[in-house]
Design a protein around this ligand. Structure first.
Ligand SMILES: Cc1cc2nc3c(=O)[nH]c(=O)nc-3n(C[C@H](O)[C@H](O)[C@H](O)COP(=O)(O)O)c2cc1C
Length: 205
């Protein structure tokens, strides 16, 4: 028991690398104590629901790791319960690399970035794919209103463990919506000042 993400990530080779570099003693404590970091709390749920994309790693049958991006409007990645997340998988280039990989090995790793607030979560889980029509309830639950994309399947991931990362080395980046929100009051202020200036110029003339 203990920190579920660390239990999976800290393999014998990883532990040896920590030992050789002097960080093992501190990290050994992570795998002690009660089971934790396998149930999503309020903080994780809010974070997941605010994401407009994430990186998904799967394992190929030849052992190569494969990373692909999945994106959609905020909320497309849904928390079903405290151990389960799911999303609607949209039609893309039809290479079906992640789909093929998941058919052979259901283990996935996700990294979810919040560039604006310098936060990220990494997560291990086991994925299950449900083709559209297989689970109507889930498909309806995952539907993204007004978003132009063809849903091919639902992907449901049973969370095995997660961990928050520190903000180090994340460059702040902002979405168009976030920039709009920040700039709107400035635009209004500029318009007010321009109106005042025009009125002063009028008075002087
Ligand atoms: C018309 C079209 C062309 C695309 N071409 C590429 C491409 O050349 N390379 C790529 O990595 N993704 C491309 N994408 C995005 C992928 O299709 C998308 O990320 C998809 O989820 C890939 O999943 P997979 O890598 O698991 O097969 C394209 C998407 C569309 C709609």
């Amino acid at each position: 028991m203990g920190h579920r993400f660390a239990e999976i990530a800290f393999t014998a080779a990883v532990q040896a690398a920590q030992e050789a570099r002097g960080s093992r003693a501190g990290y050994a404590r992570m795998t002690e104590g009660d089971a934790r970091n396998d149930r999503l709390g309020e903080k994780e749920i809010d974070f997941i629901h605010a994401r407009d994309g994430f990186y998904l790693a799967s394992v190929s049958e030849t052992g190569w790791p494969y990373v692909q991006f999945r994106g959609g409007p905020p909320g497309f990645l849904r928390v079903i319960d405290d151990r389960t997340i799911a999303w609607a998988d949209f039609r893309g280039n039809r290479q079906y690399i992640s789909v093929g990989n998941l058919g052979g090995d259901d283990r996935v790793s996700l990294i979810l970035m919040d560039y604006a607030n310098l936060r990220r979560i990494k997560l291990f889980g086991r994925a299950e794919m449900l083709e559209v029509g297989e689970d109507k309830g889930l498909a309806e639950q995952l539907a993204v209103a007004g978003y132009r994309a063809e849903v091919e399947r639902a992907v449901r991931v049973r969370v095995a463990g997660f961990d928050w990362n520190c903000p180090q080395h994340i460059t702040p980046r902002f979405t168009l919506d976030e920039v709009e929100q920040a700039v709107t009051p400035l635009r209004q202020r500029v318009a007010e000042l321009e109106a005042q200036l025009a009125s002063c110029e009028g008075n002087l003339a």
